[in-house]
Design a protein around this ligand. Structure first.
Ligand SMILES: [Zn+2]
Length: 262
C-alpha cells in the first residue's frame, strides 16, 4: 500500500499549493491567469536576447501530420536571421491526439494548443513557440494557417495538401514551407500588428499583411487562393520592408505595443 500513498500525497500537496499560490492574485476564479497575448506580443522577446537567450519551437502534430523537415529547417533559418538567440533556436516534435478532427476555430487552436504546451511560452531564459499541425481544417477551409496568440499558431495539413499548383508547382512542400514562415512572421508582429511601420507596406485590403507579392507576408500565402495570385516560386523570405521593421523594433527605433514582456 505504501506504493499507492506517495502519488496521493503528491496530488494532495499540489491541490493545496495551487490555491495558496493563487491567493497572490485578486481573482479567485482564475488561479493562474495565463497571459496569452496577441500575435506579436512576444516580438521583442524573440528579437532581443536580454531575457530570452534561446528559442524552442514546439511542433505538436496529429498522427500522420508531421510537417516536412524542410519546413522546420527553413523556419529556423529565417528566425536565426532576425532573432538574437545565442543559446540557439531548436525544434521539438511531439505526436499529439488533439481529440478534434473536423473544423477548427481560432479559439479551438488556442485551447488545444494550451492543453498541450510542454512549457510556458516564457520558460526561464527560454522562449517557447508552438505550432499545431492538426487533422481537419480551419472553419474557413481556404485558410492554410493561423496565428492565434503571442506563442501559438497552426497549419492545416489537409488544406495545404489541396493547395499545390497545377502540375505540382508549387508543390505541397513548397506551400507548407511558405505558410510556416508566414505565420511565424505574424508571431513576430508583421505587418503592423504591434507597431506602425514607417514604411507604407501594409496591404489596406488585407490588414496585417504585406502589399508586396514577393514577401512571404503577402496575404495570399496563407490562403488556398495563393495559386491564383502567384505564379512560379512562392516567396519564403521576409522582404526588405519586413526586415527593416524587425530591425527597427529590435533597436527601439520603432515603438512597440501589446508586449507580454518586458
Ligand atoms: Zn497572414
Amino acid at each position: 500500500m505504501a506504493h499507492g500513498r506517495i502519488p496521493s500525497l503528491v496530488l494532495v500537496t499540489m491541490l493545496v499549493l495551487v490555491p495558496t499560490s493563487g491567493c497572490l492574485g485578486e481573482d479567485g476564479l482564475d488561479v493562474f491567469p495565463e497571459k496569452k497575448g496577441i500575435p506579436g506580443g512576444l516580438t521583442l522577446a524573440c528579437l532581443r536576447d536580454s531575457s530570452f537567450t534561446s528559442l524552442v519551437v514546439e511542433i505538436d502534430h496529429a498522427p500522420g501530420y508531421r510537417p516536412y523537415t524542410s519546413s522546420a529547417e527553413l523556419l529556423v533559418e529565417r528566425l536565426e536571421q532576425v532573432c538574437e538567440k545565442p543559446g540557439g533556436i531548436s525544434v521539438q516534435y511531439s505526436e499529439v491526439n488533439f481529440g478534434q478532427q473536423d473544423s477548427w476555430s481560432a479559439q479551438d487552436v488556442r485551447d488545444r494548443g494550451w492543453d498541450h504546451k510542454d512549457g510556458s511560452p516564457m520558460d526561464g531564459s527560454t522562449l517557447r513557440w508552438q505550432i499545431l499541425f492538426p487533422e481537419g481544417t480551419y472553419e474557413d477551409d481556404s485558410v492554410l494557417g493561423v496565428a492565434v496568440d503571442a506563442s501559438t499558431m497552426a497549419l492545416f495539413g489537409d488544406s495545404i495538401e489541396q493547395a499545390d499548383g497545377l502540375l505540382g508547382r508549387p508543390s505541397v512542400e513548397d506551400v507548407e514551407n511558405s505558410v510556416i514562415v508566414h505565420e511565424a512572421g505574424h508571431l513576430l508582429g508583421l505587418v503592423n500588428l504591434v507597431y506602425q511601420s514607417p514604411t507604407n507596406h501594409e496591404d489596406p485590403e488585407h490588414p496585417g499583411h504585406s502589399n508586396n507579392d514577393e514577401s512571404v507576408m503577402y496575404w495570399a500565402i496563407e490562403s488556398t487562393g495563393l495559386r491564383n495570385f502567384i505564379t512560379g516560386d512562392l516567396p519564403t523570405e521576409f522582404d526588405a520592408d519586413d526586415l527593416a521593421d524587425l530591425a527597427g523594433l529590435a533597436s527601439g527605433d520603432i515603438a512597440v505595443r501589446d508586449q507580454l514582456w518586458p
